[in-house]
Every structure is written in structure tokens, then in C-alpha cells.
Design a protein around this ligand. Structure first.
Ligand code: SF4
Ligand code: SF4
Length: 419
């Protein structure tokens, strides 16, 4: 909820929820959850059926996702060894075109979704990408884009021309110089860097997406220094996921448990030193809670863990909805333009939605359960062979397993302590 009195612009959009509503601010660029009293004070007084009955807390599924990650195509020539979608130059059979994606965006707008994350494959090769972005803007959604930057001259020029349509464009750069080549399996840094320079001239809302691997972790300082030199506003760090080709290369590329524990202090230090805004993806929440922050602070900072099928959804290149962009489609899941009917089903998005109620130890007794929601389901499915298992790379889960093996002692007492 909104506990402070900072100077802000009036909400651009507002969506009613059972607890009150969600205000989209222009400045600071944020989605703010407000209770019913605050909503009324902002002029939003008619929650309709959503406001019938007693005002609940924040727990519970939202009336619609906040953002949708749309894989507009699974075409991509790059062939990265860890590609989480297994993209190829041919893409997938049955990929949607512009008309279908426009209908999908209409449905998402109708449901009150705020943001689109457009990705691939490589969506910037699509001649109609600008049309998608314009349509989203016209329906009140903010389109954001992720690109490899590995584009032909004509594609890059076209992207620079439509760049101002996007709320944010992040270029995927998993390391500087030869680190990029070690992570991706080919030398593409110079081309990605050149694309960043061009895009940065077209819009100031350019950032970098970096999938952190055991090879690149020790070189994050070089990435931050480069981001500062290129005047990139945002550094988004993503945990390596065992999906697509990433499933085959997971053991080789994933960070070590020691690196996971060192992530938060490392990132805080780099953010201070290079004065960049940093985002960590949802799957890193157990690596944050391992440092025992006050749960109220975690909630206030809106650090949420596995939000698939609730705060966010994904959609494959043929339109089928997923809980998040790394997850497989749920059995019987719809295509995006039919999201509404599926969203309200009690058994939608297994095992994501029902996870908290069915949580196993040590998540069940973890004070961060409602926020973290058991870590990453995609990692659990791959490493533990069970998508409903607690995240096997969470430091607390590892400590619990060690204490079970030792047969004695408190799991939490055995949690490694880092400065
Ligand atoms: S499975 Fe959950 S934690 Fe993992 S990437 Fe998807 S939404 Fe995030
Ligand atoms: S024990 Fe479970 S709920 Fe707690 S931080 Fe780890 S994965 Fe998240």
C-alpha cells in the first residue's frame, strides 16, 4: 500500500481491485496499490462488485495480470546456447501475425492490463512491430521491448524510428567483450553495443538485460561500468532458467550457490558505485530473502517472487497463454484473446496459483512465503523434477535439506551468514 507522501503526478490509469485499486503513475513511473479509502481520496469511488463485502488484504489473485509477456515470434538467427525459448531462424509453426496480436491486445486492455513486455525470439525483425506498439498505446497499454540488438541495418534503422513508442527498450547483453562470447557461445558484443548506441540516440529509455551465469557473475562490475558509459538507465539482472536450450546448458551456466548468496551485496555495491537503477527478476527473491530483510520492507518495495499466473502472464508465439514466459502452457490453457474466461477459474495456472496453500517445508514455515511464493517453479521442475517443490536453489531450502540430512538442528540456524 501507499504509506508515504511523495510528490507524484495524478494517476494515468486506475484499475479497481477487491482491496481498493491500482494506480498507474506517470511520475515516478510506478504501479501503486492503494486501499479503498485512498482510492476514494483519488476520486475512484465505484469499485462495483469488487468492493462488495469486507475489504480484504493484499493476498489473493488480482482481477487481471499487471503485465503480459508476449513472445511475438520465436524466430531468431543468433542461436544462443542458453536461449530460454529455443528460438531458431525458422521460428515456430502456427506463429501469430499482426491481426491476432491486435485482438489479444484488445482483450488485455479490456481486462485492465497495464504493461506489455514484447520479446521473442527477436521481435525487432517483424516489420509490423511498430503497428503492435501503436495499437497497444492506443488501447492505453505501455509496450516495452527486449531485443538482442543483433539486427540487420534495415531492421535497426526501423527500430530506432519506432523507439519512442516504447516505455522501455532493453538490449540483452550478458557480458562485456569476451564474457558475452563465453555466455552466448558466439562473439556478438560489438554489434549489440553498436545497437545500444543507436537506440540511445533515439530514446533515453534504454536499458540492459543481463542473464547472470557463473562465468559472468565475477564480471558484473564491467557490465555496470559499460552501462554507465552508455548512459543506460536500467540494469535488469535475470537468473539463468532451465527452459528452451537453457535446459541443456543449465548445469554448465547456472550460478553457484555461493554466487547466489553473494548476489544482493554485490548488486547493492555496484548500484551505489555506478548509480544505475537495478531490477532483479522474480526468480531471485529467495536470494534476497536469504539476507533476512524486514518482510514489511520487502512488501513495501514490491519485491514479489513467483508471480506467474497472477501479477504476470506469458504468451507463446502461437498465442497460447502461460503463467510466465519461461513456463510451459497449462493443460487446457487458452490463447490470449480468450484469457478472461480462463482467468476466473479456480484451478487456473497449476501449480502457480495454488502453490502457497499447498506449500511444503521449509516454505510453509518461512516468514517470506506470501511474498516469495516458493521461488522459481521452472527451476523446481528442472532440478527437483517437480514444479510444486520448493525452489531447490533457495539458500533456506538448501539449509533445510542439509539439516534434514544431518538429522538434527534447526534449518534456519544453519542458514549461511553473509555480510
Ligand atoms: S516460474 Fe515464477 S519465479 Fe520463475 S520466472 Fe516464472 S514467474 Fe518468475
Ligand atoms: S524457503 Fe521457500 S518461501 Fe522461503 S525464501 Fe526460500 S523458496 Fe522462498
Amino acid at each position: 500500500m501507499w504509506p508515504f507522501r511523495a510528490k507524484t503526478t495524478p494517476p494515468r490509469r486506475f484499475r479497481y481491485e477487491r482491496f481498493g485499486g491500482i494506480a498507474q503513475l506517470g511520475w515516478p513511473r510506478a504501479l501503486v496499490f492503494v486501499d479503498r479509502d485512498r482510492a476514494r481520496s483519488l476520486g475512484y469511488r465505484d469499485g462495483g462488485a469488487l468492493w462488495k463485502g469486507e475489504e480484504p488484504g493484499l493476498d489473493g489473485v488480482l482481477s487481471a495480470p499487471l503485465e503480459a509477456h508476449l513472445q511475438l515470434t520465436n524466430r531468431c538467427d543468433a542461436g544462443c546456447q542458453g536461449c530460454y525459448t529455443g528460438a531458431s531462424p525458422k521460428g515456430e509453426r502456427g506463429e501469430w501475425g499482426l491481426a491476432e496480436w491486435k485482438l489479444a491486445i484488445d482483450e488485455l486492455a479490456e481486462r485492465g492490463v497495464f504493461h506489455l513486455a514484447l520479446g521473442g525470439g527477436e521481435s525487432a525483425v517483424l516489420p509490423w512491430l511498430g503497428e503492435v506498439a501503436r495499437h497497444a498505446r492506443g488501447r492505453g497499454l505501455v509496450p516495452n521491448l527486449t531485443t538482442s540488438g543483433l539486427l540487420a541495418e534495415e531492421e535497426l534503422a526501423r527500430l530506432c524510428g519506432i523507439a519512442p513508442l516504447f516505455g522501455q527498450i532493453n538490449v540483452s547483453v550478458d557480458g562485456v567483450g569476451e564474457v558475452y562470447a563465453r555466455v552466448r557461445g558466439f562473439d556478438g558484443f560489438a554489434r549489440a553495443d553498436a545497437a545500444v548506441v543507436r537506440l540511445r540516440r533515439a530514446t533515453r529509455h534504454v536499458g540492459v538485460n543481463c542473464v547472470v551465469t557463473r562465468d559472468s557473475f565475477e564480471h558484473l562490475g564491467e557490465l555496470f561500468a559499460w552501462a554507465k558509459k552508455r548512459r543506460l538507465r536500467e540494469v535488469e539482472l535475470l537468473r539463468f532458467k532451465p527452459s528452451g536450450r537453457g535446459a541443456r546448458t543449465y548445469e554448465k551456466l547456472r550460478c553457484t550457490d555461493a554466487q547466489h548468496l553473494a548476489l544482493l551485496p554485490t548488486v547493492l555495491e555496484l548500484a551505489r558505485r555506478y548509480r544505475r537503477r537495478v531490477r532483479l527478476d522474480c526468480s531471485y527473491t529467495p536470494m534476497i530473502t536469504a539476507h533476512a530483510p524486514d518482510p514489511r520492507l520487502v512488501r513495501w518495495l514490491a519485491i514479489y517472487g513467483c508471480a506467474g499466473g497472477d501479477l504476470l502472464i506469458g504468451a507463446k508465439a502461437h498465442g497460447v497463454v502461460t503463467a510466465c514466459s519461461f513456463a510451459a502452457p497449462p493443460p487446457g490453457g487458452p490463447t490470449v484473446e480468450k484469457l478472461g474466461a480462463y482467468w476466473g477459474q479456480a484451478d487456473a495456472f497449476p501449480p502457480f496459483r495454488a502453490w502457497q496453500e499447498a506449500a511444503r517445508e521449509p516454505c510453509r514455515s518461512c516468514e517470506y512465503l506470501a511474498l516469495c511464493r516458493g521461488g522459481c517453479r521452472v527451476v523446481s521442475a528442472h532440478v527437483a523434477g517437480d514444479a510444486a517443490a520448493p525452489d531447490p536453489e533457495c539458500p533456506r531450502v538448501l539449509a533445510h535439506a542439509a539439516s534434514q540430512q544431518a538429522g538434527a538442528g534447526s534449518a534456519m540456524r544453519r542458514l549461511p551468514v553473509v555480510g
